[in-house]
Design a binder for this molecule. Structure first.
Ligand SMILES: Cc1cc2nc3c(=O)[nH]c(=O)nc-3n(C[C@H](O)[C@H](O)[C@H](O)COP(=O)(O)O)c2cc1C
Length: 200
């Protein structure tokens, strides 16, 4: 299937089929894929937590507002977190990079604008990996739902994530055939091409 056809068929699934489970091989493949996600100057300021443990998943589901049922109905929930400590980030992630990237880009373009700018830039990298991950899922025939509707503080506690702040989560599984959000039932809603694309 072409990438355009995949883009048309993927959607934020609202109802999963709890009887159809993602395989262990697919989960391992997704881990490898997300590890390869690109980031600015290869900064990789992230942690991806693959939750399949039913008890932990249930606890997280209870802290996920309207997303609770979806999380309980799937085998896999992936939590995307960003590194919290800038000093640690610079020591662990940036010190191994070519000097020119750090001195020529990170320091003058990002760090010079203060900690809030650095934190925002780090979060951008994690969000970028979300798009990559969603595309990977549909390319493997898997349905997925990105979820910002989570209690980040509770997620951090439940996952005992020292040094990382959860930002959002993604459920991965197989959509229920009666999911009313499926694009064949609820057509995709987007601005027209000429409103969002500028061609010069
Ligand atoms: C960062 C992000 C957070 C989202 N959070 C939620 C969420 O908490 N619950 C949910 O059901 N959908 C969530 N969505 C899904 C969006 O509502 C959905 O992607 C958008 O309406 C476009 O629909 P489509 O993905 O089906 O094409 C989120 C999407 C993104 C990209």
């Amino acid at each position: 299937m072409s990438f355009l056809d995949l883009a048309k068929s993927r959607y934020a699934t609202k109802k999963y089929d709890p009887t159809k489970n993602i395989s262990t091989e697919q989960i391992e493949e997704l881990k490898e894929i997300i590890r390869l996600s690109p980031s600015s100057i290869n900064s990789q300021p992230w942690k991806f937590t693959f939750v399949t443990n039913k008890d932990v998943k249930k606890q997280l589901a209870s802290q996920s507002y309207t997303n609770e049922n979806s999380i309980n109905d799937v085998e896999l929930l992936v939590v995307f977190s960003v590194m919290e400590n800038i000093e640690h980030f610079e020591k662990r992630n940036l010190s191994i990079l070519p000097d020119a990237w750090v001195k020529g880009f990170y320091e003058p373009m990002i760090k010079s604008n203060g900690n809030t700018a650095v934190e925002s830039w780090m979060k951008h990298q994690v969000y970028l990996s979300l798009g990559y991950f969603l595309s990977a899922c549909i390319s493997m025939g898997l349905d997925a739902t990105p979820m910002e509707g989570i209690n980040k503080k509770s997620y951090k506690e439940i996952l005992s994530q020292d040094g990382y702040q959860p930002l959002f989560a993604v459920t991965v599984g197989y959509a229920d055939k009666d999911d009313l959000a499926h694009p064949t039932i609820l057509p995709k809603s987007r601005f027209e091409l000429d409103e969002v694309i500028q061609s010069i």
